[in-house]
Design a protein around this ligand. Structure first.
Ligand SMILES: *[C@@H]1O[C@H](CO)[C@@H](O)[C@H](O)[C@H]1NC(C)=O
Ligand SMILES: *[C@@H]1O[C@H](CO)[C@@H](O)[C@H](O)[C@H]1NC(C)=O
Ligand SMILES: *[C@@H]1O[C@H](CO)[C@@H](O)[C@H](O)[C@H]1NC(C)=O
Ligand SMILES: *[C@@H]1O[C@H](CO)[C@@H](O)[C@H](O)[C@H]1NC(C)=O
Ligand SMILES: *[C@@H]1O[C@H](CO)[C@@H](O)[C@H](O)[C@H]1NC(C)=O
Ligand SMILES: *[C@@H]1O[C@H](CO)[C@@H](O)[C@H](O)[C@H]1NC(C)=O
Ligand SMILES: *[C@@H]1O[C@H](CO)[C@@H](O)[C@H](O)[C@H]1NC(C)=O
Ligand SMILES: *[C@@H]1O[C@H](CO)[C@@H](O)[C@H](O)[C@H]1NC(C)=O
Ligand SMILES: *[C@@H]1O[C@H](CO)[C@@H](O)[C@H](O)[C@H]1NC(C)=O
Ligand SMILES: *[C@@H]1O[C@H](CO)[C@@H](O)[C@H](O)[C@H]1NC(C)=O
Ligand SMILES: *[C@@H]1O[C@H](CO)[C@@H](O)[C@H](O)[C@H]1NC(C)=O
Length: 749
């Protein structure tokens, strides 16, 4: 039995070895492969017969019919193959020689047929030779981008041309684009060479390896007999990227250990090369061999050179230090005796003195430049506009501090990644520590176009007007940096959205806390709409713009999109701005902005507070309009219990929850005028909350919050138009702004 088993095993092993041998034979060339054609060496992946090349696009045919063996790659003559991914072929020359006997105008057009590998845009140039010559190059195809270019070369006499330069006199050149696989070149002339034929009877046009062609005035006659020129193609393996190719180890062409893969920069596919310290053919499994640097070059200062696989070591004689490499720190005597120390010290001190002198000079220059830059940014960032606002208004701006760029840089540890609190379409928010140990949030906007500066100034003005415990406090701003920075009080506990949509936090967010947040948000918005001299429409109410502190006190944030409304204005036409999912459909269709748009957005937040996790899928961009619809229809169809966040519902509170939900649907009514005002919302929710607390389940003790607003600014009138020229529309949780006018999709009225 056991003998049988061993035999079986041996047979299996043998089978495997044979299989492996066949597999390797199929994948790589064997000794019977012909690797030369004439004087050309043909390295794998190229090959001359089946089994010797990687795939048919690397087949080189050797044609000996003309006497000397000539290699061809699909009908194009090959001159040289380099493993760096370059392939030199012979390209045709267009010639226009009207005074030649047997003149054939068709010769003024030449074609390089479609190549498997693209023409190197880095190495080649389209070149025209002649003193009455216009050349055009075209690459026309149905599927790819068409390309047409050309140049003109004119001159009066042979004396006006300069050997070696192609700047339009006798010779002109133009570059070619990436990804070009074929071309047609055509020549024509202005005067049929009648004025120049005694020294330039012909014109020539070709694409040539730039380094391999030097223009000479002798070329003006017959191009010194050349009818083909060298052209470089960029070859690569396959049509995948390295990442994709590596997934299939059998198909992956970088077979050698110590080889690396590199995506082709011109066209699809990838190339292989040996890692540093190795050389050879990376496409063969044993192709990359260690370079014995000690033998091939002389890399060490001293004779002591030790080769290792992949690298080498040099050493320095006793009493010397350094890496011993010619291209490194070489060998220098160790500071040993007192005399050298004194000398070195002397040199060091004088150098130091020099350096210090120099650098302080440089520093002075740099500082002056910095100051100028800061002034520029200050103006560019609306500093003047803000200063005007400040002087117009006097004391209301007093609480807003203008921070210096250095202060904020220090506070954020030079905008360290670890200080990032959040990122969004607007930019980045950093946590900062001011010298007085006050923790702040610093908003750095992303791009700095004029539109955003206006948003920025807008936010500054809006927030300095407002002082309410449920509105995030702006402490100051900085205008000296390229992008303006805003400094806020730091709200410790993240956004409402984080709390609703994070499983562990959501379970801690009781109904009482949710109601507290809803009431506080409503109060803040009611205050903005109705209780300050110049009402403010927030325009971007959403759960990511409501921040919470440790006591779950709500703070409305992000006034970048807000609008100040003059008292006599009831409706404003604006660019639609807001966030899909929260955006009032009426406003979206009509672009008529009223306070009721905030009411709608607040209704969505309220629905979100009640449904929690169950609503998350309705905030995906593809469902953006659905939360409100979904919520409203569930309430109508009496399915509320199915969509409420599970842990907030119990038998005793379901009735009052139904009331809250039904009130939320009033906020979500299609017609703005049917929605309650924010003041009504705040009052109603406060009432409902009190009802809840009268019952035993409402045990959260709430310290009744009071609105604190100190500013009653005198009348002034100004208006900042927002969103001008803005065309970006990000969909999802980010804010959107759209160009108007938007046509009503359906008449909401
Ligand atoms: C090399 O491979 C070719 C084709 O795969 C095969 O015909 C030939 O016999 C092989 N020669 C050797 C020496 O293995
Ligand atoms: C050779 O070139 C022709 C067009 O000139 C093309 O149709 C054919 O696919 C090419 N063959 C290979 C193996 O690239
Ligand atoms: C070899 O080249 C000649 C012309 O140079 C051509 O007629 C012949 O068809 C070619 N043979 C092969 C096998 O490509
Ligand atoms: C041809 O290629 C080899 C390496 O493949 C290289 O050493 C040689 O310099 C190349 N010749 C020309 C003319 O580029
Ligand atoms: C240019 O000159 C040649 C030879 O004299 C003549 O055949 C040809 O028609 C001329 N072409 C033009 C456009 O005049
Ligand atoms: C030039 O080419 C066109 C079409 O390609 C052909 O009709 C014409 O006969 C050719 N002329 C000469 C002189 O070969
Ligand atoms: C290139 O031009 C040709 C003819 O002018 C046209 O038929 C073809 O659609 C163009 N290709 C592209 C990609 O535009
Ligand atoms: C072109 O000229 C430069 C110097 O002007 C020379 O180094 C280079 O070898 C020349 N190339 C050819 C192909 O003649
Ligand atoms: C350009 O170089 C050739 C020799 O290579 C010389 O005969 C000719 O006079 C030169 N032409 C000019 C304009 O310098
Ligand atoms: C990539 O190459 C494979 C085989 O050579 C071919 O089947 C496939 O269609 C090519 N894919 C693309 C996108 O060109
Ligand atoms: C992997 O590459 C080999 C050789 O190119 C091919 O035959 C095989 O189908 C590829 N496998 C997958 C999963 O793509």
């Amino acid at each position: 039995m056991s003998l049988n088993k061993t035999l079986l095993l041996q047979q299996l092993l043998l089978g495997f070895v044979i299989l492996a041998a066949i597999f390797i034979a199929a994948a790589e060339p064997n000794s019977s492969c012909v690797t030369t054609c004439g004087s050309l060496y043909i390295p794998y992946p190229f090959g001359t017969s089946h089994g010797c090349y990687l795939d048919p696009s690397f087949l080189i045919t050797c044609n000996s019919s003309s006497g000397t063996p000539t290699p061809f790659l699909n009908k194009t003559e090959v001159r040289n193959i380099s493993l760096d991914g370059e392939l030199r072929v012979s390209a045709p020359v267009a010639r226009d020689c009207p005074y030649e006997s047997g003149y054939n105008p068709n010769n003024s057009i030449t074609v390089l047929h479609r190549q498997r590998f693209p023409i190197s845009s880095k190495k080649n140039k389209f070149t025209i030779i002649g003193c009455d010559t216009i050349g055009v190059i075209e690459s026309i195809s149905i599927s790819e981008n068409n390309y047409t270019s050309g140049c003109v070369s004119l001159c009066d006499s042979v004396d006006s041309v300069v050997n070696g330069t192609c700047s339009g006199a006798g010779c002109c050149q133009t570059s070619i684009p990436q990804g070009l696989n074929h071309f047609a070149a055509a020549l024509t002339s202005l005067y049929n060479y009648s004025k120049v034929f005694n020294f330039n009877p012909c014109g020539f046009g070709f694409v040539v390896e730039e380094e391999a062609y030097n223009f000479s005035s002798l070329d003006l006659r017959k191009l010194q007999g050349q009818d083909v020129v060298p052209l470089v193609l960029d070859w690569a393996v396959g049509n995948q990227t390295c990442e994709d190719a590596k997934k299939n180890t059998t198909g992956y062409a970088c077979k050698a250990a110590n080889s690396e893969c590199q995506n082709s920069i011109n066209g699809p596919g990838y190339r292989c090369h040996c890692s540093s310290g190795y050389e050879g053919n990376p496409y063969l499994s044993n192709g990359c061999q260690d370079i014995d640097e000690c033998k091939t070059s002389n890399p060490c200062v001293e004779k002591a050179c030790i080769n290792h696989v992949g690298y080498f070591d040099c050493s320095c004689p006793k009493g010397y230090e350094g890496d011993g490499r010619r291209d490194g720190t070489r060998c220098s005597p160790k500071p040993s005796n007192s005399r050298t120390i004194i000398i070195t010290l002397g040199i060091t001190i004088s150098l130091l003195a020099l350096l210090l002198g120099g650098s302080s000079l440089l520093l002075g220059l740099k500082r002056r430049k910095l100051v100028r830059l800061k002034e520029k940014f200050f103006q560019q960032n609306g500093g003047l506009m803000l200063q005007r606002q400040i002087s117009n208004r006097g004391r209301s701006m007093e609480t807003t501090k203008i921070f210096s760029a250095d202060e904020l840089k220090k506070a954020t540890n030079n905008y360290d990644e670890s200080k990032v609190l959040g990122k969004g379409g607007y930019g980045t928010v950093y946590k900062g520590l001011l010298p007085n140990n006050k923790v702040v949030a610093i908003k750095k906007s992303k791009i700095c176009d004029q539109n955003q500066i206006e948003q920025f100034i807008n936010e500054v003005i809006v927030l300095t007007q407002v002082n309410h415990r449920n509105v995030v406090k702006l402490l100051g701003c900085c205008l000296e940096t390229e992008v303006p920075l805003l400094v806020y009080e730091f709200i410790t506990n993240g956004t409402l959205s984080d709390h609703i949509h994070d499983e562990s936090r959501a379970s801690l967010l009781s109904l009482e806390k949710r109601m507290k947040i809803a009431v506080e948000t409503a109060k803040a918005l009611a205050y903005l709409h109705a209780e300050i001299s110049m009402p403010i429409i927030h325009r971007d109410v959403k759960s990511t713009n409501i921040l919470l502190d440790d006591n779950h006190t709500a703070k409305v944030a992000d006034f970048g999109a807000s609008r100040l409304v003059a008292l006599d204005q009831t409706q404003i036409t604006t660019l639609v701005q807001g966030t899909l999912g929260y955006l009032d459909p009426e406003y979206f269709h009509t672009s008529q902005l009223t306070e009721k748009s905030d009411v709608y957005s607040f209704g969505v937040v309220l629905a979100e507070l009640l449904t929690g996790e169950k609503a998350i899928s309705y905030f995906r961009p593809e469902n953006y309009k659905n939360l409100a619809m979904y919520f409203v229809s569930a309430v109508k169809e009496d399915r509320l219990i199915q969509i409420l966040e599970d842990h907030i519902v119990n038998d005793s509170n379901i009735e009052v929850l139904k009331e809250v939900a039904s009130f939320a649907t009033r906020c979500l009514r299609v017609r703005g005028e049917d929605r309650p005002s924010m003041t009504e919302v705040a009052m109603e929710l406060k009432g409902l909350r009190t009802t809840m607390e009268k019952h035993p389940w409402g045990k959260d003790n709430q310290n009744e919050e009071e609105m604190v607003y100190l500013l009653s600014t005198p009348t002034y009138s100004f208006r900042i138009d927002m969103g001008m020229g803005s065309t970006n529309a990000t969909i999802g949780q980010d804010s959107i702004s759209q160009n108007l006018p938007l046509k009503p999709l359906d008449d909401g009225r």
